[in-house]
Design a protein around this ligand. Structure first.
Ligand SMILES: [Cu+2]
Length: 122
C-alpha cells in the first residue's frame, strides 16, 4: 500500500510539471524586438520588427502604435519574410512618447500580446 501511494504521488507530480510547463514554450514569446523597450529613435517612419520563438499567423496578427495625442494607428504587417517575424513600417512619427502594441497568433492557436514603449526624439 505504501508503494502504491508513492507511485501515485510521483505520477501526479510529473503530470503537474507537464501542465505547468506547456504554456511556457507552446505559444509565441519574443526573441528580439526593434525598437527595444524605452529606446529613443529618430523622428520619421520607423521600421518595427519583432522576432518570436515560433511561426506566426501574420494575417491574424496585429501591430499598432499608440500615439502621444491619444488613439492608435495600425501598422501594416509585411506578409513576406521570416515566418517567425512580424514586421512593418509606421507612418511618420513626430517627437513624443509612443507604445508599440503587438498581438500575434502562433501556429499552436494561442494569442499573445504585449506593449513596447519607445520615445521619438530626445
Ligand atoms: Cu501556446
Amino acid at each position: 500500500m505504501r508503494k502504491y501511494i508513492g507511485n501515485f504521488a510521483a505520477v501526479a507530480v510529473a503530470a503537474g510539471i507537464a501542465a505547468a510547463a506547456a504554456p511556457a514554450w507552446a505559444h509565441a514569446v519574443i526573441v528580439s524586438a526593434s525598437p527595444t523597450a524605452n529606446e529613443h529613435v529618430a523622428p520619421g517612419e520607423l521600421p518595427v520588427r519583432i522576432e518570436f520563438n515560433s511561426r506566426i499567423d501574420k494575417v491574424r496578427s496585429r501591430l499598432q502604435v499608440m500615439v502621444p495625442a491619444g488613439g492608435k494607428t495600425d501598422v501594416p504587417i509585411d506578409q513576406a519574410g521570416d515566418p517567425n517575424v512580424v514586421a512593418g513600417t509606421t507612418g511618420a512619427l513626430t517627437p513624443g512618447a509612443y507604445v508599440l502594441r503587438w498581438q500575434v497568433l502562433a501556429i499552436d492557436g494561442h494569442i499573445t500580446r504585449g506593449d513596447i514603449p519607445f520615445v521619438v526624439g530626445n
